[in-house]
Design a protein. Structure first.
Length: 196
């Protein structure tokens, strides 16, 4: 992100994290609290196991060591907000519940019969493909990554040549930066609030 925005001045602008009051329209594969990430007048919705209500600047992320889960979650949220503003990711919010069955069917087709290593909780997917899950990333034909998986202390090398598929609306910007697959077939380009 730092390289892509170098010389633009975006890194000096404020970015705000706000916990959503209404925690609905949730991706079934993401855990944590939904936050609104506001950057450049555009809102992106992001799920985090380390939610915050804070205003910061992207430049603070660029030099950070990102050694703690909280720092990694904040960096991922900044990437999501900037990616939404810069249109690296067109998915800004989760789909509604009536889309969930179509979504899981789409993901199932993308996975096929491949052996899978999961980075993240993604319980519904793990239950669906339990026989295909391997315990070591080196044994996998495909790595699945959800946003909470970024916070895991893992020895997985993100420069591995094993194909990766990022799952969920919060992962759109990160998938773009990693130049890997992204599955959020029903995610929305705007988040329309629904009645409870």
């Amino acid at each position: 992100m730092q390289t892509l925005t170098d010389g633009c001045g975006y890194e000096k602008n404020s970015i705000t994290f706000t916990e959503e009051k209404e925690q609905h329209d949730r991706c079934p594969y993401e855990i944590g609290t939904i936050m609104t990430i506001s950057f450049g007048g555009k809102n992106t919705y992001f799920s985090s196991t380390h939610p915050q209500n804070v205003t910061t600047k992207p430049e603070y992320m660029f030099s950070a060591a990102l050694t703690s889960p909280t720092h990694r979650a904040s960096a991922a949220a900044i990437i999501a907000g900037m990616s939404g503003f810069l249109c690296f990711s067109r998915i800004l919010g989760a789909c509604t519940e009536e889309c969930h069955q179509d979504c899981i069917e789409s993901i199932k087709k993308q996975i096929g019969a491949k052996s899978i290593y999961c980075l993240g909780e993604m319980k519904q997917i793990r239950d669906l493909i339990s026989a295909q899950i391997v315990t070591e990333p080196a044994d996998a034909e495909l790595i699945l990554l959800t946003v909470d998986g970024l916070n895991q202390d893992t020895t997985y090398n993100f420069e591995s040549k094993t194909p990766m598929l990022c799952i969920g609306p919060s992962m759109g910007g990160i998938a773009s930066l990693l130049e890997c697959g992204h599955s959020c077939p029903c995610g929305r380009t705007t988040k329309q609030q629904t009645e409870l």
